[in-house]
Design a protein around this ligand. Sequence first.
Ligand code: GTP
Length: 216
Amino acid sequence: MSSTSNGVVRSGSIGGEFYDFSCKVMLIGDSGVGKTCLLVRFKDGAFLAGSFISTVGIDFRNKIVDVDGSKIKLQIWDTAGQERFRSVTHAYYRDAHALLLLYDVANRQSFDHIRAWVAEIKEYASEDVVVMLLGNKADISSDRVVRRDEGEKLARDHGIAFMETSAKTGLNVELAFIAVAKDLRAKKTRKPNDPSFSVKQYVDERKVNPANCCTA
Ligand code: GTP
């Protein structure tokens, strides 16, 4: 281990690149909502178009991001949305720092299932886990069936952050992961009188709403 200029102890390295803090982020939600694509967009800046290959079980990728002078390693777990893998993925919830819960704006059922996903989070995740609701595939306009204000209301009901994303165009993808990294850094470096960091406020001030999406 070595020290950074800001006195924070580095906690490790991957591929020779050091990081100060590390956290586990999980992508959850129904099969086909775009979890793998969101991860690939963030990690590699690319979109996996074409044939849909469903995730089997669980997998992870690492990415180190720079946040306010700290290097944060995000260990991002991509879970299978299919019901038959649920018992496998539940075991990974407990030590997750953040859960990105996705639905597909062109799939009403994936949105209707969010309440059940929130119940699973309450049952299996830690109490202080950061949860963000993401309405993915916001690039789709004519086949959209879930309005933005419905997502906003659902997130409000559960007291969690919300935004629409697109793994295809990259809309708000970076923001979702950076907000999680900022939250981790704030928790690790916060002094007793510092104001607490709000993921919800952070994304609300920065998120871009898709131009073709009505709010009413
Ligand atoms: P499981 O692994 O079964 O849980 O599915 P998943 O949630 O990981 O879905 P995946 O990322 O594999 O995407 C499913 C399909 O949706 C693929 O055909 C993607 O190309 C498509 N898709 C994902 N994200 C987007 C998006 O933002 N916009 C559009 N238009 N299509 C998307």
